[in-house]
Design a protein around this ligand. Structure first.
Ligand code: NDP
Ligand code: 2IT
Length: 451
């Protein structure tokens, strides 16, 4: 029998900080989860004895590798690639690949850690992982992106597989990049297998996967509002980002009768007081995907709108807020501005977009706040369904997948309510998501003994 090492929460966090020097995003993600888990396991000695939390907060492995490629000017470029395999207690490692200059070990470790809880919450058999590279796709030709993706996969392929680790898209990785990477995997291994999700429909991709994260974040929001006797219809929304998640979240808000006022990118945000309707959203999707354009160009196409350079949309008055761009894009001051302007619910399409101080503002104000690991789980959930379809060599239609996504998001919301409800009726969705996500992974790990 192991000896219990029941350290308190501050001592636990000191250890995390000491073992991961300078990895601020990772430390932030662990802290946000651990504070709730500590409360939950206070009287559950078996989790302490088996050091479950300490083990989940130490990735199974972090693989880092050199990625060499040649640009169009025949210059040799060198990038750093990674795959963080955080935990595979309940299924193969699963999580996206991010190509962005800000990618480093801390960012990918935080994402892989979060993914472990998110994937558990979906109820599907998927562990947590994340990968990427500090490659900037902006301004690169298709041929350059292809050469980079092929070089990246030439190293990554040995670490992944349909029953080992199944990557997908994330920031800077969409259909084009998944196609190049899948092609290279197939060429190297001479196997067609469901090793990546987010594939094109022609070669095993699931219908609904492109829409799933954004739609799912709005379904989560809908569930939160319904729980409080409200709905989306007639409400205004501020949304950040203008990529895959943001545009599909905007689309679903509009379809449900809401009015979307903003979208953004790293250059600033656009504010359209008339509302960003479905036609305008299609323009943004097309402009971003086909021309790799900037959101600032929206105001040339739709002169009623204004562009706010270098700013974020959180000072615009709205009922609903959906951060759908990146981590730490909504701070304490901006959270206070949203609350002051009467926001009633926040649903995170992005991963950890709100700082710890910002989250506290939402909780203190008792607004509905759906954290990314619950609210944006629709994307990975449909990825899980893509894995099932690939294994069975079948494909489900849009309608069936739409129903499954709706049910999955309702199920995740239900788990948050079960584990996060206070006696006064307020639902702490962060706590609910953390505890529900943790419990399944922790119980699987207990079953395995010391591994
Ligand atoms: P995309 O690459 O399609 O879009 C990213 C958007 O966010 C772009 O508008 C981009 O602007 C903006 N952005 C990225 N980095 C920054 C930054 N540092 N500051 C300001 N804006 C920034 O990515 P996704 O839409 O797929 O991902 C968005 C978020 O959703 C991420 O947090 C991702 O982890 C999360 N997510 C994605 C899922 C998916 O299925 N794709 C699933 C679950 C979560 P710019 O073009 O200027 O860089
Ligand atoms: O953060 C995420 O959940 C994703 N980027 C999607 C992961 C996936 O495997 O579909």
């Amino acid at each position: 029998m192991a000896v219990s090492d029941h350290v308190d929460f501050p001592t636990f966090m000191e250890g995390v900080k000491k073992r991961n020097p300078g990895q601020t995003e990772f430390i932030q993600a662990v802290q946000e989860v651990a504070q709730d888990i500590y409360e939950f396991i206070e009287d559950k000695e078996e989790y302490h004895e088996a050091q479950i939390l300490r083990r989940i907060a130490e990735p199974d492995r972090v693989v880092s590798f050199r990625v060499c490629w040649e640009d169009d000017n025949h210059c040799i470029r060198v990038q750093r690639g990674y795959r963080v395999q955080n935990n595979n207690a309940i299924g193969p490692y699963k999580g996206g690949i991010r190509f962005h200059p800000s990618v480093n070990e801390s960012v990918l470790k935080f994402l892989a850690f979060e993914q472990t809880f998110k994937n558990s919450l979906t109820g599907l058999p998927m562990g947590g992982g994340k990968g990427g590279a500090n490659f900037n796709p902006k301004g690169k030709s298709d041929a350059e992106v292809m050469r980079f993706c092929q070089s990246f996969m030439t190293e990554l392929y040995r670490h992944i597989g349909p029953d080992t680790d199944v990557p997908a898209g994330d920031i800077g990785v969409g259909g084009r990049e998944i196609g190049y990477m899948f092609g290279q995997y197939k060429r190297i291994t001479n196997r067609w297998e469901g090793v990546l999700t987010g594939k094109g429909e022609e070669y095993g991709g699931s219908q609904m996967r492109p829409e799933a994260t954004g739609y799912g974040a709005v379904y989560f929001l809908q569930n939160m509002l319904k729980h409080a006797g409200q709905d989306v219809e007639g409400k205004t929304a501020v949304i950040s980002g203008s990529g895959n998640v943001a545009t599909h979240a905007a689309e679903k808000i509009v379809q449900l009768g809401g009015k979307v006022l903003t979208l953004s990118d790293s250059g600033g945000f656009i504010y359209d007081p008339e509302g960003i309707d479905l036609e305008k959203i299609d323009w943004v999707k097309h402009h971003k995907t086909h021309y790799r354009g900037r959101i600032s160009e929206y105001v040339d196409a739709f002169p009623g709108a204004t562009f706010h350079e270098g700013a974020r949309p959180w000072n615009v008055e709205a009922d609903l807020a959906l951060p759908c761009a990146t981590q730490n894009e909504l701070n304490e001051e901006e959270a206070k501005a949203l609350v002051k302007n009467g926001v009633i619910a926040v649903s995170e399409g992005a991963n950890m977009p709100t700082t710890l101080e910002g989250v506290k503002v939402f909780h203190d104000a008792k607004i509905m706040y759906g954290p990314g690991k619950a609210a944006n789980a629709g994307g990975v959930a449909v990825s899980g369904l893509e894995m099932s379809q690939n294994s069975e060599r079948i494909s489900w239609n849009h309608e069936r997948l739409g129903e499954m996504l709706t049910d999955l998001m309702e199920g995740i919301h239900g788990k948050c309510v079960e584990y996060g409800s206070h006696e006064n009726g307020y639902v702490d969705y962060v706590k609910g998501a953390n505890i529900a996500g943790f419990k399944k992974v922790a119980d699987a790990m207990l079953a395995f003994g010391v591994v």
